[in-house]
Design a protein around this ligand. Structure first.
Ligand SMILES: Nc1ncnc2c1ncn2[C@@H]1O[C@H](COP(=O)(O)OP(=O)(O)OP(=O)(O)O)[C@@H](O)[C@H]1O
Ligand SMILES: [Mg+2]
Length: 271
């Protein structure tokens, strides 16, 4: 990695579209490739990045104590035992929302920077103060949305705000893709979303119930070598973020079932 740490905001506008899940999986995937990664929970109202990473029992201090000078950053950063290159700075108390300012977030990020290659900032939903605080400390952004009209509309607002704050580059992750619904035009297609948002596509993540199972266990999919479609998608997002040129597959390709793939293999052997 370059010597200048990258600070990447993970944001969406609409709530519940997969920001925290992406932050956790991407953090593990990057760290697994040797990238020193910090994930920063900037969702002070509803923090749950610690839960998704299975680190909730290891939290002693939070960003709040770091800012007030009660503890040093090193005391608040929680290191992942299985993934030593990954650490989490938990969000503080929701009451912090009353006084937290963009400059506070900048201070935290400046403190973390010397220790890592990448900082992923998990933004809260919405476009209000919480989002603005999170964005203040970021230089790049990943906007995540589902292929639903309301989510894409909210993402579009966020893209406008990111541009006005000079955050660049901004890339898109399309989450909870259901290829059959897309093929039947019951859902916005990939190009519909990329056209509306005018962003380069960093990755597609299929609707995958393993994501929900892993969330509940506090073991992100990228933690264990699982080959589920979503796990592979998160790993590829990490690789593309690092500059590897891996084409984003067409959803119809991802949708092909196991049998179809076996049939293809057999055909190749026969002919
Ligand atoms: N690809 C996916 N397939 C299936 N379920 C998913 C997928 N991505 C996320 N989910 C589920 O969607 C729910 C919301 O995800 P998550 O908490 O990451 O969203 P969020 O954008 O961070 O929400 P919030 O705005 O509340 O912070 C979780 O239950 C998660 O397991
Ligand atoms: Mg979240």
């Amino acid at each position: 990695m370059s010597s200048t740490p990258r600070t990447i905001l993970i944001c969406s506008g609409k709530g519940g579209v997969g920001k925290t899940t992406l932050t956790a999986n991407l953090g593990i995937a990057l760290a697994g490739e040797g990238v020193r990664t910090a994930v920063l929970d900037a969702d002070f109202g509803l923090r749950n990045l610690d839960l998704l990473l299975g680190l909730e029992n290891r939290i002693v201090y939070t960003a709040q104590e770091v800012l007030s000078g009660t503890c040093r950053l090193e005391q608040a950063m929680v290191k992942h035992k299985q993934v030593p290159n990954l650490s989490l700075l938990p969000a503080g108390n929701p009451r912090m929302l009353d006084w937290l300012k963009p400059d506070d977030m900048k201070r935290i990020v400046e403190l973390i920077k010397p220790q890592v290659d990448v900082i992923l900032i998990d933004a809260p939903a919405g476009i209000e103060d919480g989002f603005r605080n999170a964005a203040a400390a970021a230089e790049e952004a990943i906007v995540i949305t589902t292929p639903e009209v309301s989510a894409v509309r909210d993402a579009d607002r966020v893209v406008g705000l990111l541009q006005s704050q000079g955050i660049s580059p901004v890339a898109l992750v399309l989450n909870r893709v259901r290829p059959k619904m897309m093929a039947n035009q019951e859902m916005l297609g990939v190009s519909d979303v990329t056209d509306i948002l005018a962003l380069p596509l960093l990755g597609l993540v299929l609707e995958d119930e393993q994501v929900i199972v892993s969330t509940n266990k506090g073991e992100p999919l990228t933690l264990n070598g699982t080959r589920s479609p979503a796990a592979q998608a998160y790993r590829n997002i990490a690789k593309r973020l690092r500059g590897e040129e891996i084409p984003v597959p067409d959803p119809s390709e991802l949708n092909r079932g196991f049998r179809a793939r076996v049939r293809d293999l057999m055909n190749k052997r026969i002919f």
